[in-house]
Design a protein around this ligand. Structure first.
Ligand SMILES: CC(C)(COP(=O)(O)OP(=O)(O)OC[C@H]1O[C@@H](n2cnc3c(N)ncnc32)[C@H](O)[C@@H]1OP(=O)(O)O)[C@@H](O)C(=O)NCCC(=O)NCCS
Length: 158
């Protein structure tokens, strides 16, 4: 079973060492850099939620959710919305259904509105990341036509 867990002193190194395959490197930053970004967001008025993705008792991936400020260019629906960033499943754990199950858990968590009310959830992704695009579409996300920091924005009404 997939669960979302907080990053701890015990699991942090395993998480920082999780990698995607070489051809996927341009789709996500390293988990270390993502956790550093969460720190910067948290100390600058943002509401980041970094999570370790566990398959039973094994850390297999990472995701960070944000509410409020997220970066430089923001889509028109960014106010009072949640954003899913840096979703990754370690290369050795991919294609086992973990990413799909993690998305279900991520959306369940967002629908508890942990940082405040929201109408939308959005995800920026690289235009040629077809696997991610299809995965998001299967959960009801649709491109809204905006491009931010060169990435299309896909949006779900919560
Ligand atoms: C996107 C990602 C998180 C999916 O995780 P995963 O655990 O491998 O995905 P799942 O096993 O749950 O599969 C989800 C769907 O993607 C498909 N899929 C997974 N890997 C694939 C691949 N390499 N090529 C084509 N399809 C693939 C599966 O067939 C499945 O489709 P289905 O549910 O319609 O049958 C993972 O590929 C990843 O970490 N990619 C690199 C980082 C990335 O691109 N993140 C997204 C940033 S926006």
């Amino acid at each position: 079973m997939i669960t979302l867990r907080t990053i701890t002193l015990e699991n942090r190194r395993i998480l920082f060492n999780l990698e995607v395959s070489e051809d996927q490197n341009r789709f996500v930053a390293s988990n270390l850099s993502s956790v550093a970004s969460c720190y910067v967001l948290a100390t600058n008025g943002g509401h980041p939620f970094p999570f370790a993705i566990y398959a039973d008792e094994e850390p297999v991936g990472f995701v960070m959710l944000t509410y409020g400020i997220t970066g430089y260019e923001l889509p028109s629906i960014a106010d009072d919305s949640y954003c899913i960033l840096r979703l990754m499943i370690g290369k050795q754990y991919q294609n086992r259904g973990y990413g799909r199950e993690a998305m279900t858990k991520i959306l369940e968590f967002i629908r508890t509105f942990p940082a405040g009310p929201a109408h939308y959830c959005w995800i920026p992704y690289e235009a040629d990341n077809i696997t991610a695009k299809k995965l998001y579409e299967s959960f009801g996300f649709r491109d809204n036509g905006e491009i931010c920091d060169n990435e299309p924005i896909t949006v779900l009404r919560l």
